[in-house]
Design a protein around this ligand. Structure first.
Ligand code: URP
Ligand code: ZN
Ligand code: ZN
Length: 459
């Protein structure tokens, strides 16, 4: 048995000083008691630190054939980066091509993580085509395999996006199977038209990515999805909500009884669209910050924090989608439409949210834990995850709220050749990280000898 003694432990009910006893064989929390009552001799002393549940990032991309290239991370690199940052569970989106069979895609994506991931993992099954054969296979994926959520894209016309008949079919099936549908919401037709207009006028630089997908276009996507959800009765979860307009659109439907849950991702809270302007010497450097929906204006970023504080948003994910600057982002020189979309961020979610949320007084520590772990575990039915309680998985992070450090591509564990967070000074880091009772990170150093990640059982 391993004992973590004297930490400030963050329970679902709030913080308290306590000792936590871990059954290393079962990988679960065996007992919780007042400080000093449980010492086993095999003890981690944690005075001055917080003990928080391992982070759950419900939106990452690892194996991702996208926009003519492949995302850079593998399950080995992404899981090490996640653990180094205090995230112990990841949910990846399976993104089949339109002509691929869902079952084959499920098996392919699953094989990329199995025996390779150092952290625990699950999947959202992306639906990029819908017909009777696909419906049968999706049903099998949900009932026989361990995948309990779908993902649809109302964007990326001609690639991942689906049409309205297909959307209706997916939502109807999800309602029958009683699982949520996660959705990327934009209006792909308007984006197509706006992009063609901009390119025709010679507006080709990364800074034109945002005007090609304005906030109203994202809100229109939300209205579209929620209309279908209202008619089919499906539960929907909107990924990477980037602007108050989209939140407001969802709120209208929520007030009418539609079961809609909102995610915000780290880049939309800490960067604004000026990042895509690049530097005076190199405007194209803004490509490092091109993602969809795009980074928004400063005012909108500020309002997203207010909405998060009011719990209008439920989870903070990353939408980790890692592409190198050299050779990949550069594919879009002369045409911003060809820049692979995505900002690598899986490693920094918990620490950067701690810094800009908790340290700055925008969020309470308990909200920080709800948004980085508990809410996603609960919503996606991740058994054993997201709380510190007897019987729960011992996925635990000993958090040092005062540790100051600077983020850089020179030291990050993600595989990209740049960091969107380069030079950012923050306080707070994952000092020690346990996955099901095994120490994976000690004093900020990755120490796990082998890949022990498992697919997460889901309700
Ligand atoms: O820019 C993004 N978000 N890239 C990844 C694909 C997606 O839309 O989630
Ligand atoms: Zn998306
Ligand atoms: Zn995504």
């Amino acid at each position: 048995m391993l004992c973590i003694t004297n930490a400030t432990v963050f329970f679902a009910s709030g913080p308290a000083r306590a000792d936590v006893l871990i059954d290393e064989d079962l990988g679960t929390i065996a007992n919780i008691a007042e400080p000093g009552k449980l010492d086993t001799g095999n003890t981690i002393h944690a005075a001055g630190k917080w003990l928080i549940p391992g982070g759950v990032d419900p939106h990452v991309h690892v194996y991702l054939p996208f926009m003519g290239t492949y995302a850079k991370d593998t399950w080995e690199s992404v899981s090490k980066a996640a653990l180094a940052g205090g995230t112990t569970s990841l949910i990846e989106i399976i993104c089949p091509g339109k002509s691929d069979d869902p079952l084959e895609a499920y098996e392919l994506w699953e094989s990329k993580a199995r025996n390779i991931s150092y952290c625990d993992y699950g999947f959202h099954m992306g639906v990029t085509r819908f017909d009777d054969r696909v419906a049968d296979q999706l049903t099998e994926i949900v009932t026989k395999h361990n995948c309990r959520s779908f993902k649809v894209f109302l964007a990326y016309k001609g690639a991942l996006g689906i049409d309205d008949r297909e959307l209706y079919g997916v939502l109807t099936l999800a309602k029958q199977l009683n699982i949520p549908v996660t959705a990327h919401c934009e209006n792909e037709t308007i984006i197509d038209e706006l992009q063609r207009g901009l390119i025709a006028r010679g507006c080709t630089a990364p800074r034109y990515h945002e005007p090609s997908r304005p906030a109203s276009v994202e809100a229109a996507g939300v209205v579209h999805l929620c209309t279908f959800a209202e008619l089919t009765g499906a539960r929907v979860y909107i990924v990477h909500t980037s602007c108050p307009e989209a939140v407001g659109a969802a709120e209208t439907f929520r007030e009418r009884g539609v079961d809609v849950t909102l995610e915000v991702v780290l880049p939309h809270l800490v960067f604004d669209e000026e990042r895509t302007h690049g530097t005076p010497e190199d405007h194209f450097a803004g490509a490092k910050y091109v993602m969809s929906p795009p980074l928004r204006s400063k005012d909108r970023v500020q309002e997203m924090w207010n909405l998060l504080k009011q719990s209008k948003l439920s989870t903070v994910a990353t939408d980790h989608a890692p592409f190198d600057y050299v050779g990949q982002k550069e594919m879009g020189r002369g045409d911003f439409r060809k820049i692979p979309n995505g900002i690598p961020s899986v490693q920094h979610r918990v620490e950067v949210l701690h810094h800009f949320g908790v340290q700055s007084g925008r969020l309470t520590p308990s909200q920080f834990i709800s948004f980085t772990s508990a809410n996603a575990a609960e919503y996606f039915g991740l058994i054993g995850k997201g709380s510190i309680s007897p019987g729960a998985h011992a996925d635990l992070v000993l958090w040092d709220p005062k540790y100051e450090h600077t983020l850089s591509a020179k030291t990050h564990a993600m595989r990209t050749d740049y960091s969107a967070f380069e030079g950012m000074k923050i306080s707070g880091r994952a000092d020690t990280v346990l996955l099901r009772g095994k120490v994976m990170v000690r004093e900020g150093k990755f120490v796990a000898a082998s890949a022990q990640g498992k697919q997460i059982a889901r309700r």
